[in-house]
Design a protein around this ligand. Sequence first.
Ligand code: UT7
Length: 338
Amino acid sequence: MNKKPVMKIVGTGHFLPDNVLTNKDLEKIMDTTDEWITQRVGIKERRVIGDADLSTSDMATAAGKAAMEDAGISPEDIDCIIVATISPDMNFPATAIFVQKNLGAVNAAAFDISAACTGWIYAMTVAEGYIAAGKFKNILVIGAEFLTSLADINDRATYVLFGDASGAVVVQPADGENGMIGSYIKSNGDLAELLWSYGGGTKVNKKVSDQEICFDKNGNDNRAKVRMEGNRVYKYAVRAMIESAEKAMEDAGITEDDLTFLIPHQANLRIIDAIAERVKMPDEKVMRNIQYVGNTSSASIPVALDQAIKQGRIKKGDVVLTAAFGGGFTWGGLVIKI
Ligand code: UT7
């Protein structure tokens, strides 16, 4: 029935910082309510780096280590490290480089992918290409985000949404029916302004005159903070998630009847419900952890995947659909037979 996979997942891991920021905590620092956040988004609390001495690469390293241990391989076995992130440690070198150093993955190539919340899905398709070409045997695919560092405390419409986290998988060449059997990735640059971090890059560094976007009333430099037209993003998000699901299933040669589990990008409980309804997945077969972790962008799906496996909700042979959308606009989906 379905396509033969090129690559399979042999280990998963994730990392969440210890600090918990609840909606009640947010009520104390901005004009918001637990009720608004719960009803509109579904988040109750999120994990944040806060005052901990941690970076994106530290979180990526922890998730990568956990996935390697799960896979039973050592750092020397890793041929390539791909980190999907929009909150890198620095412009360059890539966050993946620090992960390579931290892990002692002395035989690995390492680079980042920037595709916002769809980043980990994009990274998985890149890993698949390397494995199909026979280039690499063990690839660490990580999604890691320190998104709270990009959130603007003066913007309650975005600040309440984000959390910090990382998730990772080790992938290897498939040797049977189990593995990634379908994928779909897409983009639309016409929608870039709906969701972006405007500053920080070479283009915008020149444009410091753009005072309104760059500086808040206290003179703080906000050029790198996230800006979003939430309402418009929401509308495109639902469409993008449904298209991703349909196209990834089509690529896999399956229908929704063949699916046994759904892991949507955790951006909004209402968006998760919409995609679950479209693929007719009952509640117990849908991963929802947004209540506890918030939106962690490219870390969202690998964190949820690891949790679902470790909680025994996903078992060997399950056919899992993942779908995501994010800034760019980017969107995409994967079908993975575990
Ligand atoms: O991973 C991709 C990231 N992007 C997303 O996930 C975004 C997708 N979009 C969404 O999830 C929703 O659009 C949001 C949750 C961001 C916003 O929900 P909404 O139902 O679209 O609300 P809205 O932006 O239309 O705002 C409705 C009201 C406004 O007040 P008025 O103008 O009606 O008086 C906002 O000022 O809610 C107000 N509001 C808040 N109130 C309390 C906005 N943020 C907050 C807040 N607390 N944190």
